[in-house]
Ligand binder design. Structure first.
Ligand code: PBG
Length: 331
């Protein structure tokens, strides 16, 4: 027999029962932390999205019903992503400013039925742009594609105003053009929309994890990639620089996207800035969990919950996730 071990400090004591574990739990996930991204189209029926199992491109009526179901389980914020018909797309994406366009109609329909749900809109040209980019594309003399910054920002301001006029609570520029936060803030304020919030996609990386989303909306770039505006996945300090600018320009909340592979960035921003941090668990992250679970390799309920808890623990105050409704229902 070996001697009895003298071990005054035993971390396992804090894990000995559900009650004690509950007392010492540092991070919790609440339904009101979640933002539910919803896809919509200008059709009568709801279509299952092949690249994103369990999700639909909703009709306007279907969208309002789905918001109602999410609200029922405690989700109080949604973000809208439209699929725009090919014939409405153009090189400058003017349809994005149409007051009777799909998104403004959806905002009005949701706010009418559920005024207490926060409606967030995506501000970027890609669903409307015939080139599939977030900004206006031109070809230079050498045949290289260029994404125009300042001309794009001007249209984004009109798009944000269009959403605000329709009743959006929060507008969320996802385009990564320089200076758009300040310009949109000024445009909103000049129009009397000082109460409309700005959730900035501050550190949006040029990520391969967006693949299923682009499939869902038919919004992949027709040529080239998004590397001259979205950030290089290798960079960390650059996110701090983007965040400093967004805060100075008047952002109300900062976002990191994707979430799971970029938790260090979430932590950096949470430690460095006093404004709320959002993280976007994107389509590829969702699909990896969904498909592994469909094959029986992992437990979808447990893994989705753990993935979101990890994002919160890294410092996110709120999470955009396609699991929002399902996870909220289990909390
Ligand atoms: C485009 C936009 C994208 C996503 C949200 N807004 C795709 C992109 O930048 O190409 C991706 C979301 C996801 O993958 O779930 N403005």
């Amino acid at each position: 027999m070996s001697e009895k071990l003298t071990l005054p400090i035993r971390p396992r004591r804090n894990r000995k029962s559900p009650a004690v574990r509950g007392l010492v739990r540092e991070t919790t996930l609440r339904p009101e932390d979640l933002i539910y991204p919803l896809f919509l189209h200008d059709e009568e029926q709801n279509d299952a999205i092949e690249s994103m199992p369990g999700l639909y491109r909703w009709s306007l009526a279907g969208l309002v019903e789905e918001v109602g179901r999410a609200r029922e389980v405690g989700v109080r914020a949604v973000v809208l992503f439209p699929k725009i018909e090919e014939e409405l797309k153009s090189s400058h994406g003017e349809e994005c400013c149409n007051a009777d366009g799909l998104v403004p109609r959806a905002i009005r329909a949701i706010k009418k039925q559920y005024p207490d749900v926060a409606v967030i809109t995506d501000v970027a040209l890609d669903p409307y742009n015939s080139d599939g980019h977030d900004g206006i594309v031109v070809e230079d003399d050498a045949g290289e594609l260029k994404i125009l910054n300042d001309e794009t920002v001007e249209i984004l301001c009109r798009q944000a105003l269009c959403h605000a006029d329709a009743g959006a609570d929060v507008v969320s520029p996802s385009d990564m053009m320089d200076g758009r936060i300040g310009a949109i803030r000024a445009a909103l304020d000049a129009a009397g929309h000082e109460e409309v919030s700005l959730l900035s996609y501050t550190a949006k990386y040029a990520s391969a994890y967006y693949g299923p989303f682009r499939g869902a909306l038919d919004s992949a770039p027709k040529a080239g990639d998004k590397k001259t505006y979205q950030m290089d996945p290798a960079n960390r300090r650059e996110a701090l620089r983007e965040a400093e600018l967004d805060v100075a320009e008047g952002a109300d909340m900062l976002m990191v996207k994707p979430a799971g592979p970029y938790l260090d960035i979430v932590r950096d921003l949470a430690d460095s800035f006093a404004i709320p941090i959002a993280a976007y668990q994107v389509s590829g992250e969702y699909l990896m969990i969904k498909s592994a679970a469909a094959d029986g390799w992992i437990d979808e309920e447990k893994v989705s919950m753990e993935s979101l808890l990890g994002i919160k623990r890294a410092g996110a105050d709120m999470i955009l996730t396609y699991f929002a409704k399902d996870v909220a229902a289990r909390l």
